[in-house]
Design a protein around this ligand. Structure first.
Ligand SMILES: *[C@@H]1O[C@H](CO)[C@@H](O)[C@H](O)[C@H]1NC(C)=O
Ligand SMILES: *[C@@H]1O[C@H](CO)[C@@H](O)[C@H](O)[C@H]1NC(C)=O
Ligand SMILES: *[C@@H]1O[C@H](CO)[C@@H](O)[C@H](O)[C@H]1NC(C)=O
Length: 358
């Protein structure tokens, strides 16, 4: 009997103990969950949100190929060609529902290609407006108010900036003799196909040629250069007129990056402001027409500089530290969206694209 009683008491206290244990575990579980919640910053900390989403692939859908010229998208293009991970670049419109970004190149929109306004946009999908043209060639953009979430242009303040070229630091400084090409036949050279009297560059050219000789190539003077002859020709000149056909913010094309910097002549630049050039090109690597009170002063400066080998060669010292990188492939420009995807503003609408562009 006594032992039976003891058993009962024991069982009872065991039950109590178990219940207590259960309660303990339950409250610990709840506490743990609560702690997790306050420690889990995805709800509050956007940095971790970025970390979480960076592990997931971003899908970029190109709605139509720029200028109707398609490139192969076989394989993992962004990784295979540019070592950009987690980036899926597609051009099948059927993938619209799964696209994070849909990219529209402006030229085709101008020519009548329609935006898929009839499709319902998945939440968080962004539509991107893309153009490498100067504003004057972008047409009227009023019709695109309140449609796009992103801009992809050569401008530094675009959401995705796709310059024509840039300078990247060299891994090791070099001091090669051939950095300064000194086998020169001409003082100033200009290559121009599309000559328009009203262009600012044409006026500057006319004034300059009154002060110094300017050797002109291109369709305008009926001396077109085959592309293989372009850089060797420029190399034979002390100065190359890297004059843009359009004067607009950040519009700096391959005339600087390729023709002048790779051709080995000192660029005399006309285009955006001196400040825009300074933001992307090292000091003493170019001469801006605005740095002179008059075009005549510019001409005199060029003449003096060509005669002073030491000072002239200083215009090439940037080559010890920097190398030119040209961008010519649309796939590379599009892949560039992925590494910046998580830094895009969470919500953005270009309510007046026309005003932003012009
Ligand atoms: C997320 O962050 C952690 C630590 O901060 C890091 O170890 C991990 O590689 C990151 N994940 C991704 C996909 O970036
Ligand atoms: C210098 O230029 C001239 C004319 O363009 C060319 O014939 C000659 O081979 C060049 N010399 C060197 C060392 O590059
Ligand atoms: C993108 O723009 C559309 C149209 O104005 C807007 O409804 C949507 O909220 C925007 N999305 C983002 C992620 O900004």
């Amino acid at each position: 009997m006594g032992s039976d009683n003891t058993k009962k008491i024991l069982t009872n206290s065991m039950k109590k103990c178990l219940l207590l244990l259960l309660l303990c575990v339950l409250s610990l579980y709840l506490l743990y969950g609560w702690l997790q919640k306050i420690q889990d910053p995805t709800a509050i900390n956007p940095a971790t949100l970025g970390n979480w989403s960076s592990s997931r692939r971003v899908t970029i859908l190109l709605w139509h190929w720029p200028f109707g010229r398609p490139f192969s998208l076989e394989g993992d293009v962004c990784w295979d060609l540019y070592r950009i991970p987690h980036c899926r670049l597609v051009d099948q419109r059927s993938l619209f529902p799964s696209a994070d970004v849909v990219v529209f190149h402006n030229r085709e929109l101008l020519e009548g290609e329609k935006l898929p306004l009839h499709l319902s946009r998945p939440q968080n999908q962004r539509w991107a407006w893309m153009s490498l043209e100067a504003p004057v060639y972008n047409g009227h953009l009023q019709q695109f108010a309140n449609i796009f979430n992103m801009t992809i242009t050569y401008r530094r303040d675009a959401d995705i900036s796709i310059p024509y070229g840039e300078l990247l630091p060299k891994e090791a400084e070099s001091h090669l003799e051939e950095d300064v090409p000194l086998n020169k036949s001409f003082l100033v050279c200009w290559v121009v196909s599309n000559y328009r009297r009203q262009h600012k560059r044409s006026q500057v050219y006319k004034e300059l040629t009154a002060t110094v000789p300017v050797k002109v190539y291109g369709r305008w003077t009926m001396t077109p250069l085959p592309s293989s002859a372009l850089l060797p020709t420029i190399s034979s000149c002390y100065f190359y007129l890297a004059f843009e056909n359009s004067v607009s913010k950040d519009y700096i094309t391959e005339k600087l990056w390729r023709n002048a910097y790779q051709g080995g002549a000192v660029p005399v630049v006309l285009g955006p402001s001196l400040g825009d050039y300074k933001a992307v090109a090292p000091p003493n690597s170019f001469i801006h027409v605005d740095e002179f009170a008059s075009v005549k002063d510019l001409g005199k400066y060029l003449q003096q500089l060509a005669q002073d080998k030491e000072r002239y060669s200083e215009y090439f010292t940037w080559k010890h530290q920097w190398k030119v990188r040209l961008y010519t492939d649309w796939r590379e420009r599009l892949c560039k969206i992925c590494p910046q995807y998580n830094s895009l503003s969470q919500h953005r609408v270009y309510s007046d694209l026309e005003a932003w562009v012009h």
